[in-house]
Design a protein around this ligand. Structure first.
Ligand code: DGL
Length: 279
C-alpha cells in the first residue's frame, strides 16, 4: 500500500544508505557529481552484514531506514547496497511512488561489453546472487550477450571490510580464496556486486592480475541519481554549508574512522537506536 503524498523540496538532502560502510563507495561518486547537494548517510552497522540474513529481515530494515530518512525530509533515496536493492527496492518504490529511489545492482551489462573471453566473475553476497532480481538479470544478459557468468558468493568479506582493517590477513585470504578460482576458470572481467568491495579493489587487482578488468557501479548510480533529480526538477538551487551528516546504528567511532580513512571526511555522526528507528 502506498504511503501518503510527500512534497519534495529542492533544498532537501539526499538519503544514502547501506548495511554499513559499503555505501561510502557510492557516496564518494555522488559527492563528486553533485557537489552542491546536501547528503545524509545512514550506516546500519548494528545490523550488518545483510548478505547472509533472511530476506524478511533485510526488507524490514530497509523499510524502517527509508521511513527514518523520510522523517529527515530527504528528497531522494539511494539504496547503496546490492543486497537491500535485490530484496526490497520494488517494495520501497510501491510504498513511496513519488520518491525518487535509486538502487545498486551488479554491473553485468557493462561487464559483458568489456569482456573479451566471454567469461565474467561476479563477486557479491550470497543473498544478492540468490535473489530473483539478480537471477533474472543474469539470464537476460547471458542470453543477449552470449557470455558466461561465474557467481562467487563472498561470505564474510563485507563483514571483514566493515571492521575497517583493509590490509588484514583475513581480508587477503578471503579475496584470494574468492578471486583466484574465477581467474583460473578464464574470467577476464570481475564485477564488484557489493558496495563494500570497491574498498579492496586494489587487492582484488593484485590477486587477479593485470589482464583482468574490474567493474564497479558507484559512478553509474550517481549518474542515475543525477538524471532522476533533473527529470523531477529537484536539483538544489542553493548550496548549503553543512552538506553531510551521518547516522549509524553501530559504533560512532567505527563510522568516523571509515569516513576519515576511506574518504578523508569528518562529518557529524548521530547514533540511532537500531530497533525502533521509525519512531
Ligand atoms: N554492501 C552491501 C551490498 O552491496 C551488503 C554487504 C553486507 O551487509 O553483507 O550488498
Amino acid at each position: 500500500m502506498a504511503d501518503s503524498i510527500f512534497q519534495f523540496n529542492r533544498r532537501a538532502p539526499i538519503g544514502i544508505f547501506d548495511s554499513g560502510i559499503g555505501g561510502l563507495s557510492v557516496l564518494r561518486h555522488v559527492r563528486t557529481l553533485l557537489p552542491e547537494e546536501s547528503l545524509l548517510y545512514f550506516a546500519d552497522s548494528g545490523f550488518a552484514p545483510y548478505g547472509e540474513k533472511p530476506e524478511a529481515v533485510i526488507v524490514e530494515r530497509t523499510v524502517s531506514i527509508a521511513a527514518f530518512l523520510l522523517t529527515q525530509q530527504v528528497k531522494a533515496l539511494v539504496v547503496a547496497c546490492n543486497t537491500a536493492t535485490a530484496a526490497a527496492i520494488a517494495g520501497l518504490r510501491a510504498r513511496y511512488p513519488e520518491l525518487p529511489v535509486v538502487g545498486v545492482e551488479p554491473g553485468l551489462k557493462p561487464a559483458a561489453n568489456l569482456s573479451r573471453s566471454g567469461t565474467i566473475g561476479v563477486l557479491a553476497t550470497a543473498n544478492t546472487l540468490a535473489s530473483e532480481k539478480f537471477l533474472k538479470l543474469q539470464a537476460q544478459v547471458a542470453q543477449d550477450a552470449k557470455v558466461t557468468f561465474l557467481l562467487q558468493a563472498c561470505n564474510g568479506l563485507a563483514n571483514q571490510i566493515e571492521k575497517g582493517e583493509l590490509s588484514s590477513r583475513e581480508i587477503y585470504q578471503l579475496v584470494e580464496r574468492y578471486v583466484k578460482p574465477l581467474v583460473e576458470q578464464g574470467a577476464d572481467t570481475l564485477v564488484l556486486g557489493c558496495t563494500h568491495y570497491p574498498f579492496v579493489e586494489q587487492l582484488i587487482r593484485e590477486i587477479a592480475g593485470p589482464n583482468v578488468s574490474i567493474v564497479d557501479t558507484g559512478e553509474p548510480v550517481a549518474q542515475q541519481l543525477c538524471r532522476l533529480l533533473i527529470q523531477r526538477d529537484l536539483l538544489t538551487q542553493s548550496p548549503s554549508p553543512d552538506k553531510l551528516l551521518a547516522f549509524t546504528t553501530g559504533s560512532h567511532s567505527s563510522l568516523a574512522l571509515a569516513f576519515s580513512k576511506l574518504l578523508q571526511l569528518d562529518p557529524p555522526i548521530q547514533l540511532v537506536s537500531g530497533a525502533n528507528i521509525r519512531d
